[in-house]
Design a protein around this ligand. Structure first.
Ligand code: BES
Ligand code: ZN
Length: 851
C-alpha cells in the first residue's frame, strides 16, 4: 500500500457511478479502539455506465468481503476497494464486508470518533469512507438501516427508531440519502424533549441530547427548532418527514453543526445557551444555526448535490433561507447590516486574495477546503439577487417547482436555474455567470442633471482573480431611490437591472435635483465607488428611508475619516462627529441600529480599504488611528455617554431582539465610557451583571482600555468549570491585547493547563483571536506569524481540516509591505516543507503562496 499524491478533481470530468445502491444495512459493535462495522449493501449495476465496483475506504482494517455470500477477488489500496466487473453479477447483488476502526484515536474528528466519552460521527464531505467501504459520493442515494450495539444508554442513528433491547438499538431511515448524511451517536446523554405537530397534523418528537450538566442550556435551542419548523411550513410550504428529530451537542467538532438526516450533530457552542453563560451573540447564532441545519432537510437532504462542485446549491440556498428566518425573527434592517459586515470581512477578503474562486469551483484537491465564505455567503447573495430580479412570486413558484420536480434526487445548479427560467420565461444564462466568474465587481456611478432629468451613469468591472484573467460584466440588480432636497422621497425603491459594462438610467419629470440613494439594502455584492462629499453623505444619513444605506453613509464617513487620519495625519472631520452624535443619541431609533453606527470599521477592513486606494497599509498606523478616534469619540460624547448607558439598561434578561439591541448599544457605550471613567462603570457592571453579555462586555471594555486584570482572574475563578465560558476567557484576552502584547499573551495561554489543541473550539479561541487581532497579528517583529505557524505545524497531523482552515489567516499577505510579505511567506514555506504535511494544508498553503 502506497500513499498516492493528492489528485485534482474537475467538474468537467463528472461521470455517473458504475453502481447504484438500493439498501444499506450497517451493524456497529462499538468499542473505543476496535469498533466492528459490518455492512450489507445491495448494489445495482448502472446500465448507463457499466464498470468495476469502486468503493472508497480509508484507515479501515478489512476483515472480510463477500458478494452474494461467497468469497470474491478484490483489490485494496489506501483509498479504495475494487472488484472487477468480470467478477460481479450483471444483476443486483449483495456486498458484505466487515472492517475494524478505532474511534478513540481519531483526532481528525472525521468519520466515527469519540468526544468526552461519547461516540459520534461527522461524514460530510468525505468522512463515511473512514467508517466502511462504500461509494462515498453524494449522487449515490440509498435507504439505510442501522443497528448499534454498546452498553451505553443512548444509541442514535438517522430516521425512525425501529427496535431496541438491552445493549442494542435499530434505526431505519426511509428517505434515500447519500452517505455524507449518515450519523451515529452513542453515549451517556440526557434529552431535553419537546414536540411539534406538522401542518398536516403529524406529531414529531423533538430531542436535544447533551452531557449531564448541560440539560439546563437546551430550552432556547428547542424553541428555535420549533420556530424553524413552523417557518419552513409557512414560508416555503415544507413539512418535516420523520417521527422524530434529534439534535446532539458534541464538545469536539470541527465545524459549527451538521444536518445529518433526522440526527443533527452540533458543536456544543452552537446549541447550548443560558443567560448566565452565553452572550446575545451566542443566542442569535444558536437560533440561526439550528434553523440552518433544519432547513437543510429540504435544501440538501431531500434534494441533494450531484457532486461536491454543486455545494453552493445546498449551502448558499440554506444560508439565504436562514438569513430570511433570522430577519423575520428579529429585525431585517439590523440583520442585513450584519450580513454585509460579515460578507465584506470574509468573502470580499477572500475574493481579493489568492484564494478567490467561483461560487461553483471547477476543480479541487480537498473538498473540505471549499466550505468557504464564497460558496456560503456569496452563494446566498446570488439567491437574493435572483429573487430581486424575478420578484417574490416567481421566486416562491420556482422553489415549489424545484421541490416537486427534484425530490429524492441529486442535482446541479443548472437544474436550480432551469426552474426559474420555466416559471418566468426568462433566459437566465447571463445571470448564471455569477456561479462561474470569481471576483468582486467594482461598480462606479456618476450623476448628471439636466432640466428635470436625473441620469445615473454606471460602469462595472471585475479585477482578475487567480486563473481567471478576463472578466465579463455581471447581471446586477441595483436598487435605487431618490430623495428631494427637503428630505422627502420622490422616487421610492426601484430595481435597475444592469447587464453591460457601462449603462445609464434616467429619471425624468423631477422638479428639483434629488439626491440618489444607490444600492439600497446592498442589492448586489459589489464594491460601489461613488464620489460623494461629506455633506451629501450626512444628508443621506439623515434622510434616507433605506436603513442599510443610512448605516452605509455613516460607515463611509467613518472610513473617510480614518483614511484621512492615517494618510494625512489630520483630525477627524466635524461632519462625521456631528452626524454620529445625532445618530447615536436619537432615542427614536432602534438601539441595535445605533450600536452598529457606533461601531468603527475594523482594522482589517481599513487595511483592505487603504490597499484598494493604492496605499500600502501600515497595521500599526491603523491601530493607532482607530484608538485615537475611539478616544476622540469618548471625549466628544462625554456628556452623553452616562445617560445613554443608563437609558439602555434592558432590565431582566431576555435574549430577544429588543433586549439584545439595548445591551449591544449599552456595551458599545461602555467601551467608550471606560476611556473616560478609569473603568468605574465597567467594574460595577462586571460585579453585578446577571448575564454573560454584560459580564463579558464589561470585562472586554476593561481589557481594551488596558486594565481589568483582577476581573480577568475572578472571571476564571467563577467559570473555570464551564468549557464554553472558558473559550471566551481565552479568546477575550488575545482579542483585546495591544499589538505588541498579543503574540506573547497567546503564547502564554498555550501553556495554561486548560489549553488543548485537540479541542478545535479551544484552539480557535486562542489562534482565531490572534489572527483576528489585526495589529497583533501583523506586529512588526513577526512573532504572531511564527507562533501561528508553529502551532499549525503541530496541529496538522492531528486535525488537518482545522489546520487548513486556519491557514486562511495568512491569505492577505500581498496587501502589506515587503518586510511583512517576506515574514509571512517564510512561515508559509516552512509549513509547506513539513514532512508528512496533510493534503488539506498543502493545498491551502500552496494556493495562498500562489505557486
Ligand atoms: N453542512 C455543513 C457542515 C459542514 C461543513 C460539514 C463543512 C462538513 C464540512 C452545515 O450545514 C453548515 O453549513 N454549518 C455551518 C454553519 C451554518 C450556519 C452556515 C458551520 O458549521 O459553520
Ligand atoms: Zn449548511
Amino acid at each position: 500500500m502506497t500513499a498516492l499524491a493528492p489528485q485534482t478533481i474537475f467538474l468537467k470530468d463528472y461521470a455517473e457511478p458504475h453502481h447504484w445502491v438500493e439498501t444499506v444495512h450497517l451493524t456497529f459493535a462499538l468499542a473505543p479502539r476496535a469498533t466492528r462495522v459490518t455492512s450489507k449493501i445491495v448494489f445495482t449495476p448502472n446500465t448507463n455506465n457499466l464498470g468495476d465496483l469502486i468503493l472508497n475506504g480509508e484507515q479501515l482494517s478489512l476483515k472480510s468481503v463477500t458478494v452474494n455470500g461467497a468469497p470474491v477477488s478484490y483489490e485494496v489500496t489506501d483509498t479504495h476497494l475494487t472488484v472487477k466487473q468480470a467478477d460481479l453479477p450483471c444483476e443486483p447483488f449483495t456486498f458484505e464486508a466487515e472492517v475494524e476502526i478505532s474511534p478513540e484515536t481519531n483526532t481528525a474528528l472525521e468519520g466515527l470518533y469519540m468526544s468526552s466519552g461519547m461516540y459520534c460521527t461527522q461524514c460530510e464531505a468525505e468522512g463515511f469512507r473512514k467508517i466502511t467501504y462504500y461509494p462515498d459520493r453524494p449522487d449515490v442515494m440509498a435507504v439505510f438501516t442501522v443497528r448499534v450495539e454498546s452498553d451505553l444508554p443512548v444509541m442514535l442513528s438517522n430516521g425512525n427508531p425501529q427496535a431496541a433491547g438491552a445493549g442494542w438499538a435499530e434505526w431505519h431511515d426511509p428517505w434515500p440519502k447519500p452517505a455524507y448524511l449518515f450519523a451515529l451517536v452513542a453515549g451517556d446523554l440526557l434529552a431535553h424533549s419537546g414536540s411539534f405537530t406538522t401542518m398536516s397534523g403529524k406529531d414529531v418528537d423533538l430531542n436535544i441530547y447533551v452531557r449531564k450538566g448541560d440539560e439546563d442550556k437546551c430550552a432556547f435551542g428547542m424553541q428555535a427548532l420549533i420556530d424553524s419548523m413552523r417557518w419552513d411550513e409557512r414560508v416555503y410550504g415544507r413539512e418535516y418527514d420523520l417521527d422524530i428529530f434529534n439534535i446532539v451537542a458534541v464538545d469536539d467538532f470541527n465545524m459549527g453543526a451538521m444536518e445529518n438526516k433526522g440526527l443533527n450533530i452540533f458543536n456544543s457552542s452552537c446549541v447550548l445557551a443560558s443567560p448566565e453563560t452565553s452572550t446575545d451573540a451566542t443566542f442569535e447564532r444558536v437560533e440561526g444555526i439550528i434553523a440552518h441545519e433544519y432547513f437543510h432537510n429540504w435544501t440538501g437532504n431531500r434534494i441533494t448535490c450531484r457532486d461536491w462542485f454543486q455545494l453552493c446549491l445546498k449551502e448558499g440556498l440554506t444560508v439565504y433561507r436562514d438569513q430570511m428566518f433570522s430577519g423575520d425573527m428579529r429585525s431585517h434592517a439590523v440583520k442585513r447590516i450584519e450580513e454585509v459586515l460579515q460578507l465584506r470581512a470574509r468573502q470580499f477578503r477572500e475574493d481579493n486574495g489568492p484564494l478567490a474562486h467561483n461560487v461553483r469551483p471547477e476543480s479541487f484537491v480537498e473538498i473540505n477546503n471549499f466550505y468557504t465564505a464564497t460558496v456560503y455567503e456569496k452563494g446566498a447573495e446570488v439567491i437574493g439577487m435572483l429573487r430581486r430580479l424575478i420578484g417574490d412570486e416567481a421566486y416562491y413558484k420556482g422553489c415549489t417547482l424545484y421541490f416537486d420536480r427534484h425530490d429524492g434526487q441529486a442535482v446541479t445548479i443548472e437544474d436550480w436555474i432551469k426552474v426559474f427560467e420555466e416559471v418566468t420565461g426568462r433566459d437566465l444564462a447571463h445571470f448564471a455567470q455569477w456561479y462561474s466568474q470569481a471576483g468582486t465587481p467594482r461598480l462606479t456611478v456618476n450623476e448628471t442633471w439636466d432640466n428635470g432629468t436625473l441620469t445615473l451613469n454606471f460602469t462595472q468591472s471585475t479585477p482578475a482573480t487567480p486563473g481567471q484573467e478576463v472578466k465579463k460584466p455581471q447581471v446586477l440588480p441595483i436598487m435605487v431611490g431618490l430623495i428631494a432636497p427637503d428630505g422627502t422621497e420622490v422616487v421610492p425603491s426601484t430595481v435597475l437591472e444592469m447587464t453591460e459594462s457601462a449603462q445609464s438610467f434616467t429619471f425624468d419629470g423631477l422638479s428639483e435635483r434629488p439626491v440618489a440613494s444607490i444600492l439600497r439594502d446592498f442589492s448586489a455584492p459589489v464594491i460601489l465607488q461613488r464620489e460623494m462629499d461629506a455633506k451629501t453623505r450626512a444628508f443621506l444619513l439623515a434622510h434616507d428611508t433605506d436603513p442599510f444605506n443610512t448605516w452605509e453613509m455613516g460607515r463611509m464617513l467613518a472610513k473617510d475619516t480614518l483614511v484621512a487620519m492615517i494618510v494625512d495625519g489630520v483630525e477627524p472631520a466635524r461632519d462625521y462627529l456631528d452626524a454620529l452624535k445625532t445618530m447615536v443619541t436619537d432615542a427614536t431609533k432602534d438601539p441595535a441600529f445605533r450600536a452598529l453606527c457606533l461601531a468603527l470599521p475594523s482594522q482589517d477592513d481599513m487595511a483592505q480599504t487603504l490597499f484598494d486606494a493604492g496605499v500600502t497599509p501600515d497595521p500599526m498606523a491603523i491601530y493607532e488611528a482607530r484608538e485615537n478616534l475611539r478616544h476622540i469619540l469618548a471625549a466628544e460624547l462625554k456628556d452623553d455617554l452616562p445617560a445613554l448607558y443608563a437609558a439602555n439598561d434592558a432590565g431582566a434578561f431576555k435574549p430577544d431582539a429588543d433586549g439584545s439591541g439595548k445591551r449591544s448599544l449599552r456595551m458599545a457605550v461602555l467601551s467608550l465610557l471606560t476611556l473616560n471613567d478609569q473603568g468605574t462603570a465597567a467594574q460595577n457592571l462586571f460585579e453585578t451583571a446577571d448575564n454573560m453579555t454584560e459580564q463579558a462586555g464589561a470585562l472586554t471594555a476593561l481589557l481594551s482600555a488596558g486594565i481589568g486584570q483582577e476581573e480577568l482572574a475572578s472571571f476564571y475563578a467563577q467559570w473555570f468549570h464551564d468549557r464554553l465560558v472558558m473559550d471566551k476567557w481565552f479568546m477575550m484576552q488575545v482579542a483585546a491585547a495591544a499589538p505588541l502584547d498579543a503574540a506573547r499573551i497567546a503564547q502564554t495561554l498555550t501553556e495554561h493547563a486548560d489549553f488543548s489543541m485537540k479541542n478545535p473550539n479551544r484552539f480557535r479561541a486562542v489562534f482565531g483571536a490572534l489572527a483576528g487581532n489585526h495589529g497583533g497579528f501583523h506586529a512588526p517583529d513577526g512573532a504572531a506569524y511564527k507562533l501561528l505557524a508553529d502551532w499549525l505545524i503541530q496541529l496538522d497531523p492531528l486535525n488537518p481540516q482545522t489546520t487548513a482552515r486556519m491557514c486562511g489567516a495568512f491569505e492577505t499577505w500581498k496587501r502589506y509591505d515587503a518586510d511583512r510579505g517576506d515574514m509571512i511567506t517564510t512561515q508559509l514555506k516552512r509549513i509547506l516543507a513539513t514532512k508528512g504535511l496533510s493534503g488539506d494544508t498543502t493545498e491551502m498553503v500552496t494556493r495562498i503562496l500562489g505557486a
